[in-house]
Design a protein around this ligand. Structure first.
Ligand code: HEC
Length: 230
């Protein structure tokens, strides 16, 4: 048998390569089939939150805001516990960012409210004197692209096994589920139901009227995303 191999330098070379890289292969190959493991309490995004995430990417908020709390006392005092890799299991792409012109937003949902974001996004310096964050007035009239968000959720459910409509363990030992409709029409009505809850906490009458007509302005999607960052 080895005679055969010794007479064929190419296959002999392949054999040597496999023998030498054996230890490496047994270390590396399992990682290709391993899934990233979400931290207990980390949920996939709802359709509306994903739509808001797409607005966040589109508006390039990541140019000024990071989403990564480092393990330093001055950061954990300000933002809360430092970030763990499992918290990003459903983030595609990651929005860690590399520049903090504004504060980190990883846990902004813990200390800012819908009402605060509504005022701040329309006029940041009206809420935080001296703020250099630009006004995002067009978010109040642009209509959210829910269909693309639903398609993104459906894609990660199918290809990355994202656990929509499944029990997800929470920190207190209970379980919760994140609903994802299997049709785009269902996705639209789920998003609208979520949007109505947010619109009820807002005071902009035009926004409320749009939601009553079944349209979701981008400000609602981005607020739902910001509220989900905890
Ligand atoms: C030019 C840089 C810049 C861009 C772009 C920017 N921001 Fe900001 N942002 C800031 C600065 C500076 C602050 C701090 C002052 C303030 O609160 O307005 C801030 C504050 C915030 C806060 C308050 C955070 C806290 O802990 O108080 C939120 C929320 C926020 N930005 C969201 C966004 C979103 C969403 C976008 C994209 C639509 C965005 N920002 C784009 C600069 C920016």
């Amino acid at each position: 048998m080895f005679h055969w191999l010794e007479e064929r330098p190419f296959f002999f070379g392949v054999g040597i390569f496999l023998v030498i890289s054996f230890a490496g292969l047994v270390m590396i190959i399992p990682h290709f089939i391993q899934q990233s493991r979400p931290l207990v309490g980390t949920k996939p995004y709802t359709t509306l939150e994903l739509a808001g995430r797409q607005v966040y990417i589109k508006e390039n908020c990541v140019a000024c805001h990071s989403q990564l709390v480092r393990p330093f006392k001055h950061e954990t005092d300000r933002y809360g516990s430092y970030s763990l890799s499992g918290e990003y299991a459903y983030d595609r792409p990651f929005l860690w960012g590399s520049k903090r012109t504004g504060p980190d937003l990883m846990r902004v949902g813990n200390y800012r409210t819908t009402d605060w974001h509504e005022n701040h996004m329309a006029d940041p310096s009206g809420v935080v004197p001296g703020s250099i964050m630009p006004k995002y007035t067009w978010l109040f009239t642009n209509i959210t692209d829910i269909d693309t968000a639903w398609a993104e959720a459906e894609t990660v459910r199918r290809f990355f096994n994202t656990p929509y409509n499944k029990d997800i363990p929470m920190l207190d030992g209970s379980f919760t589920q994140v609903k994802l409709s299997d049709t785009v029409e269902g996705g639209r009505s789920d998003a609208l139901a979520e949007a109505k809850l947010i619109a009820a906490q807002m005071k902009n009458q035009d926004v409320k009227d749009m939601v009553a007509e079944g349209k979701i302005p981008e400000i609602i999607a981005i607020i739902s995303y910001l509220n989900s960052l905890k």
